[in-house]
Design a protein around this ligand. Structure first.
Ligand code: PYC
Length: 413
């Protein structure tokens, strides 16, 4: 149990302070500036302070903490990827997530549920078998299961999908989990703040000054800040930032929509994914069904959500769980997914000295939060890429060293 909870229970006056301080002002110089106050930026700030003793760090967020992808995802954590590079990377993230509530002394409602990726065709089953073998080879629990095992663990599922698209098997990944996504940002923010990091909300970066190929500072809506190290961790806003330093990336931005239903009594333990039906669903600790579908099939830099999305999603949901027809959708929203051609992230150093990038998360940024923070902190502190992220550098696109991860996507594309 987080120690903080215990202190809270034992103290009658509830002396719990604010999550993090509001710094008096922006200084005119920092050792490191992190652009983006989402989970990734805050995690990098935390590990910079905790693991490397670098505390003269400013996190600049143009809006409020967790206002981007961190607070807009469907909160799924898993490591059942397709490539060895992806499996190793996300496996480390799952490990960090498992201890994170204790580490940050904040209850993140991390809940291991088991994760099913359903196969409706033999071709999909073949990819699942491949993933299971790569996973097991690297020590990650994943197994191909048949209809009988699926029915035992999730008896509510209509295995025949109303006769339209029967389920033939699934990739079962027992460590698959969910967590409270915005608490992850708050936890990292608070822990970074406690170690001296400054968090500046409503602070937009409007330019980055580069001299002789090296970063020398950032322009903001609150003035110029000198620094030699800048980390961009802004997901769907990445192209705006990389333009400031003259870097090109192959990113395209697509909206990804999601929604939650009214709270229901707990009935769905597992996380259920069907990329063929464009649906993933889990039940949160509050009882809501948290769901999403495919990426919107066009490039758009907007977080609006559509009727078309809920209609399509509801149709597929009812194919899997017909008894949900009376359940109401409470809220819907969208986030921005920065998609790479190979569905792997872009991480590490760049051709501009002092400019580091953490981007290309597509539809799996949340689950990478701890490991991206840890490996980017290492990379900034040592100016040497952490071994887990070496396959993911921006340079791989020029070198044709892609890491094809599309087969591990839960989200239809
Ligand atoms: O990759 O698990 C996933 C996922 C679910 C929703 C978006 N991405």
């Amino acid at each position: 149990m987080p120690y903080r909870l215990l202190k809270y229970v034992l103290n009658k006056e509830y002396p719990d302070g604010r999550m993090f301080r509001v710094p008096k002002g922006l200084k005119n110089r920092y050792d490191v500036v992190i652009i983006g106050g989402g989970g990734h930026g805050l995690a990098a700030a935390y590990y910079l302070a905790r693991d490397h003793g670098i505390t003269d760090v400013a996190v600049l967020e143009q809006s409020y903490l967790g206002s981007g992808g961190t607070g807009r995802n469907t909160a799924i954590v898993r490591s059942n990827y397709l490539t060895p590079e992806g499996v190793r990377f996300y496996d480390e993230s799952v490990r960090l997530f498992q201890d994170l509530s204790a580490d940050l002394d904040l209850n993140l409602f991390y809940s291991e549920r088991g994760h099913f990726t359903l196969a409706h065709t033999d071709a999909t089953l073949r990819t699942m078998r491949w993933r299971a073998e790569v996973n097991k080879h690297l020590g990650v629990k994943s197994e191909l299961v048949g209809r009988v095992e699926i029915a035992e663990i999730c008896p509510e599922l209509d295995l025949n999908c109303g006769g339209h698209f029967p389920i033939v098997g699934a990739l079962y990944h027992p460590p698959g989990a969910i967590a409270r996504h915005d608490a992850v940002a708050w936890g990292y923010g608070r822990a970074a703040d406690q170690r001296g990091v400054e968090i500046h909300q409503q602070t937009a970066v409007t330019g980055i000054r580069v001299k002789s190929g090296e970063v020398i500072g950032v322009e903001t809506n609150r003035g110029f800040v000198e620094t030699r190290k800048v980390l961009s961790a802004v997901a769907g806003y990445t192209p705006r930032i990389t333009q400031m330093v003259g870097l090109r990336t192959p990113l395209v931005i697509h909206p990804l929509q999601a929604c939650v239903t009214e709270p229901l009594k707990p009935w769905l333990n597992a996380i259920i994914v069907s990329a063929s039906l464009h649906l993933y669903v889990s039940q949160s600790s509050r009882g809501e069904l948290v769901m999403g579908a495919a990426l919107d099939p066009y490039e758009l830099h907007s977080t609006r959500s559509t009727l078309d999305f809920v209609e399509g999603l509801a149709g597929h949901l009812l194919e899997l769980f017909p008894f949900l027809s009376d359940v109401k959708v409470l809220r819907q929203w969208a986030g921005l997914s920065d998609m790479t051609p190979d569905f792997s992230p872009i991480m590490g150093k760049t051709a501009v000295k002092g400019f580091y990038i953490d981007a290309g998360w597509g539809t799996w940024g949340f689950k990478a939060t701890p490991v991206s923070g840890k490996t980017m902190a290492h990379t900034l502190a040592s100016d040497d890429e952490h071994e887990l992220i070496r396959p993911f550098t921006l340079a791989r696109f020029a070198e044709y060293e892609l890491v094809g991860e599309k087969g591990a996507a839960s989200v239809g594309h």
